[in-house]
Design a protein around this ligand. Structure first.
Ligand code: GDP
Length: 466
């Protein structure tokens, strides 16, 4: 049977005990399946009740009544998937829900795969790919910023921007076509200079949109950071201050953090996967040595190095060794960002910002008092470096994953090629093919013309029942 034409069912509420569980059935047989397992108390078959009306009744399994509950029907195409849907709510027991689901399978539905309901909604034209992706992002969201981003995307903010760009390219392509079909007549609404201007405007819009990915990625996916420094400068205290609770052990003895502790924190709008590493110093203790090596490898892997110094004491040899380590990490990857934190700002200060900036010209320098929880300068610094503070996540179009970003970047490259050939004096119809490629690229963002592999990959990240 055609994969999208059979009838699928799954529990759509989270696994485990709960007040209620919802079993969702979608496909051509969903109403007849629900008629077999659900017997309304008013004595009439469920399917004669009007759609979108809650109907109370008994849920019937192989051995008779399993539970009582509520059923709700949706008539295609006015449903989440665009197909006929039945939703049966029962009491949320683990075994009970399983029995109801088994009754639904026995009545003719098959188990739904991960994300299969949403995949059907996409294939049925109920929602574009960016909206489908926003569904999983909403479910997975762990911060307000992530919810704002996914919610804007689910309301069509990004797909609106994409279709606007697509429309501009299409109008330009049409004008160029008229121009080249009737070269001697004044038929087209555009001349060669107009084509150049339109292409360069479209390219700026594409680049501006591509630029939002820096923010989308930091909010949605997060950035990898590490907290480094010689022992006892306040790394664990800083981690705790950022986390808002005690997660790493803080002691006045040097060298107690011997492993890497990892946390996911929200710093401003950024999701930061942060590791608090062993203090970096020249050491003979074998175990500590291993920790130091791991700290150095964390620095290599991190996009953001939070380098901590104890402001209450002058820079030591260990600090200088550490600074050398940071500089080699930055020269290996110049895109790394360095936040140098002069900690213990509550005590008399022996390190000057200028002195540190001279030694670490790549770093942004802030002061903090991790012990008393004052890390606000660091928080603002990170937020400003990794997100565009002028973007409003609830209302601006923001690219939030690598797939979307890659498509927009490809479109931008195509338009750049088109512009170069027009600027080199070729006739604008030479640019047509590049414009058409850019249109195909941008259309991919919302899932027009994406390959089935890409679609399968996206929906495989969903949970069963969504
Ligand atoms: P780590 O070895 O770098 O992880 O340092 P810890 O976080 O364990 O802190 C070492 C010592 O410095 C502890 O006694 C902390 O209480 C103290 N400390 C940390 N941050 C501050 C601060 O901002 N001000 C003051 N006065 N003491 C701090």
């Amino acid at each position: 049977m055609d994969e999208t034409r059979d009838t699928i069912a799954a529990v759509s509420t989270p696994p485990g005990r709960g007040g209620i569980a919802v079993i969702r059935i979608s496909g051509p047989l969903s109403w007849s399946v629900s008629d077999r397992v659900f017997s309304p108390r008013d004595g009439k078959p469920l399917s004669v009740h009007p759609p979108r009306t809650a109907v109370y009744g008994d849920i019937i399994g192989e051995d008779g009544v399993i539970d009582d509950g509520i059923a709700l029907l949706f008539r295609a195409p006015a449903s989440y998937t665009g197909e006929d849907i039945a939703e049966i709510s029962c009491h949320g027991g683990v075994l009970l829900t399983q029995l109801v689901l088994e009754a639904v399978f026995a009545a003719g539905a098959r188990p739904a795969g991960p994300g299969e309901f949403t995949k059907r909604a996409f294939l049925g034209g109920k929602l574009g790919l960016t909206k489908a992706e926003s569904v999983i992002d909403l479910i997975d969201a762990e911060s307000r910023g992530q919810i704002a981003l996914a919610s804007a995307q689910s309301r069509g903010v990004l797909s609106g921007r994409i279709s606007d760009l697509y429309g501009r390219m299409k109008r330009l392509a049409a004008s160029i076509a008229v121009m080249s079909d009737y070269p001697d007549e004044d038929m087209s609404d555009i001349d060669a200079d107009g084509v150049k201007k339109a292409l360069s405007d479209i390219m700026s819009s594409l680049e501006e949109l591509a630029g939002t990915y820096r923010t989308g990625r930091s909010v949605r996916e997060g950035i990898a950071a590490c907290i480094c420094g010689r022992p006892n400068v306040g790394k664990s205290s800083l981690m705790n201050a950022l986390a808002g609770e005690d997660r790493a052990i803080v002691t006045p003895l040097a060298g107690t953090t011997r492993d890497v502790i990892s946390e996911k924190l929200m710093i401003g709008r950024c999701a930061v996967r942060i590791s608090d590493t062993a203090g970096i110093r020249d050491t003979s203790d074998e175990i500590e040595k291993l920790g130091v090596e791991r700290a150095e490898s964390e620095m290599m892997k991190s996009e953001l190095i939070i380098a901590v110094f104890d402001g209450s004491s002058a820079l030591t040899d260990d600090d200088m060794r550490f600074i050398g380590g940071i500089r080699s990490a930055v020269s290996a990857d110049p895109s790394k960002k360095i936040a140098a934190v002069i900690n213990k700002s509550d005590l008399p200060q022996k390190i000057g910002a200028d002195e540190l900036s001279h030694l670490l010209p790549e770093a942004d320098i802030v002061r903090a008092s991790a012990g008393s929880g004052d890390v606000s300068q660091l928080t603002s610094l990170i937020d400003g470096r990794f997100t565009d503070l002028s973007l409003d996540l609830t209302s601006d179009a923001v690219l939030s994953n690598a797939r979307q970003y890659a498509a927009v970047k490809r479109a931008s490259e195509d338009i750049k090629n088109a512009l170069s050939s027009v600027e080199a004096g070729f006739s604008p119809d030479i640019a047509q093919i590049d414009i058409e490629n850019a249109m195909a690229d941008i259309a991919e963002v919302d899932g027009l013309a994406v390959s089935t592999d890409v679609v399968s990959d996206i929906f495989s990240r969903f949970c069963v029942g969504k």
